[in-house]
Design a protein around this ligand. Sequence first.
Ligand code: LLP
Length: 420
Amino acid sequence: MDRFTLKGGALHCEDVALQAIAREVGTPVYVYSAKMFREAAQAFRGGLVDAGVHDAHLAYAIKANPNIAVLKVLAAEGFGADVVSAGEMNRALAAGMPAADIVFSGVGKTRGELIAALDAGIGQFNLELEEEGEVLADLAAARGITAPAVLRVNPDVDAGTHAKISTGRKENKFGIPISEAVAMYARLAGRPGLDLKGVAIHIGSQLSDLAPLEAAYVRVGELVAELRAAGHTIARVDLGGGLGVPYKVGEVMPSAAAFGQMVARVTKEWGVTLMFEPGRRIAGSAGVLVTEVVWVKPGAVNPYIIVDAAMNDLARPALYDAWHDFQAVVPTGNRMIANIAGPVCETGDTFAMGREIDEVASGDLAVFRTAGAYGATMASTYNSRSLVPEVLVEDGRYAVVADRITPETILAAERVPDWL
Ligand code: LLP
C-alpha cells in the first residue's frame, strides 16, 4: 500500500506532512515509511509461503538501503542480510541481525574481509572464483573452523535489464561459468576448512519479467541434479535478488504471489533450503527524496526546474537514465512540461527532460518517488555538497536516522601537509 499520499492537499508520509519534515530538517532529505518496509518484507515472504515455500531464508541486500534504522525494521521481520563488504556486515551485526543469518556476496572480498567474516561467524560465503574458495578454506582451517559456503554460478541468462545492473551474462564479472561449476565444485568440496553446501545465482536487478529468472532457476536446478549425481550433498540454493519495483505511475511489476508460485513450481523437487537476497523490492517504494525548487529557469524548449537535490544525492538518473516520478508536495492541480535538473556542474545532473509534471514554482517542495533503494546509499559529496540526511516515519512520528554531513565536517577530515 502506498503510504505517500495527499492529506488535506499536502503530501504526507504515513501521518506526517512532508512540509513539517522539510521545515525541521531542511532539504534535500530522504524520507522513509517504516510501514512500507514492513509491508514489502511481509509481502515477499507471504508470496513464498502462500505458494508452499515455508522455510526460505531471507537475506535483505543491504546495499539497497543500509541505514541502521531500516535494518532494525527488517531484522524485526525476520530478515537476515546479504552483505558485500565488511562495512555492510558490521551494520547488519550492529542492527542485531544474527551472524548466522548473514550471507557475504561480492566479487572482490579481500582477505581481511574474509577473516573478519570468519571471526564473526557468518552463515554463508558466496564464492565467486576458485582461488577465493582456496584462500577461505586455508584461512578457516588455520583457525580450526569450517567456513560454510556456496558457489555462485553465472547461468549466462539475459536478465533484460539495464546493462550496468545485469550480472548473469557470461561476459559479466560475476560468478563461475555454469559449465565449469561441477568440476570446480569437486575440487573445492574436498578441502578441509570449507563446508560447501550448494550454489547461488543473481542475474541482475530491476527485473520486470519473471521469465529470465525462471530460465536461470531452471539451469540451477539442472546443476543441482548434476552435483548430486556426482555425489555431493546439496543443502542450499541461494536464488539472489532482482525483482523490480514500479518507477512510473501505472507500471506493473511481477507480484510477490506470482514470484512465489514460479519459485514453488521450479524448485518443487530440489529438497534444499532456499535463500533469497531481495533489496530493491523491499526498500524501493518505501522512500522519497524531498527537494525544494530553487529556480525556474527559462530553457530553449522547456523551462528548467532547478531543484536543490542533485546527482550526488540521487545518482540513478545520471548513472542508468533511470526515471523517478516527480510530484509537488502541495499540488496546484495544474500541470506543466519541464526539464528537472540539479545544481551540480554537469549536464548529466538532469533528472528529467520534457516531462509533464505538477506545476511548481521557486520555493515549492517536491519529491522524487521510489527513492528508498539505491538512493541515499549511493550519495556522495561531489561539488562539496552535504551528504543527504534521512528520516524514518512511522504513523504520526518521525526521526532523523542519518544526519546531514556538511562540507565543514568533511573539510575537517582533510589535512594540508606541513611542506605546503
Ligand atoms: N544479491 C546480489 C549478489 C546483488 O549483487 C544484488 C544487487 C542483490 C542481491 C539485490 O538486488 P535487488 O533485489 O535490489 O535487485 N544501483 C543499482 C542497482 C545495483 C544492484 C546491485 N546488486 C540501481 O540503482 O539500479
